[in-house]
Design a binder for this molecule. Structure first.
Ligand code: PLP
Length: 223
């Protein structure tokens, strides 16, 4: 069940701030996505390649599909033709593979670099010093078929709003530094993908430009 009044509130809040609302549609049916499409939504986020491909094939072609989850290198080929933005690039190897698949389709695929900012141990996302070290090498710049447009991160899975606030605030600081040092003359490096159902207000306060929201619109997910 799609909650349209919540959706309208979210659209209003994000529009006022010039922020993109990405509706996270993982586990949701074609029918539910179509309902949101009919309501004017065009940006949808998925975290599994196969699910995204199936939905892409079944739904209108002007939908902008955001890959928000960890991406396995051997699966890039399935979405390289149509993916709108890849949010979670977290290694040079992955960036190189996306670049290679993009080239086959004569495309430049927009990407965000994922930073690991949460307290929880996770395999996903660059550690901050590793990301700065990689940017310093200039290796990403050589990849002509991807375009790095900003950063993405997830906060700790905690109740403590001060903790989340400080994580998003430090992410914003890193974003500003990276922009200043490595993308100063690049107007396309401008996106900060942060904020989900539970923490998007804190993310907006800290300068998010894209929020990824699922359960607040659809209700809890059942796998
Ligand atoms: C599932 C997911 C979301 C949306 O989570 P909700 O709490 O349902 O809003 C956002 N970002 C990522 C990376 C996700 O995997």
């Amino acid at each position: 069940m799609v909650n349209l009044s919540t959706l309208n509130d979210l659209l209003k809040t994000t529009k006022e701030r010039n922020v993109l609302l990405i509706v996270v549609s993982k586990t949701r049916s074609i029918h539910e996505i179509q309902e949101l499409y009919d309501h004017g939504i065009r940006d949808f986020g998925e975290n599994r390649v196969q699910e995204m491909v199936e939905k892409y094939e079944a739904l209108p072609k002007d939908i902008r599909w955001h890959m928000i989850g960890h991406l396995q290198k051997n699966k890039i080929k399935y979405l390289a033709e149509f993916v709108y933005l890849i949010h979670a690039v977290d290694s040079l190897e992955l960036a190189k593979k996306i670049n290679k698949e993009a080239k086959k389709h004569d495309r430049i695929i927009p990407c965000l670099l994922q930073l690991h900012i949460a307290q929880e141990v996770s395999k996903f996302g660059f550690e901050r010093h590793d990301l700065f070290a990689l940017l310093e090498t200039g290796a990403l710049r050589e990849l002509e078929n991807i375009k790095i447009e900003g950063l993405m991160a997830m906060s700790s899975f905690v109740e403590d709003e001060n903790q989340i606030d400080s994580e998003f605030s430090s992410l914003k600081n890193d974003f500003d530094s990276i922009k200043e040092i490595y993308f100063k003359t690049d107007p396309k490096f401008k996106e900060l993908s942060m904020g989900m159902s539970g923490d998007f207000e804190i993310a907006l306060k800290n300068g998010s430009t894209m929020v990824r929201i699922g359960s607040k619109i659809f209700g809890p997910r059942t796998y």
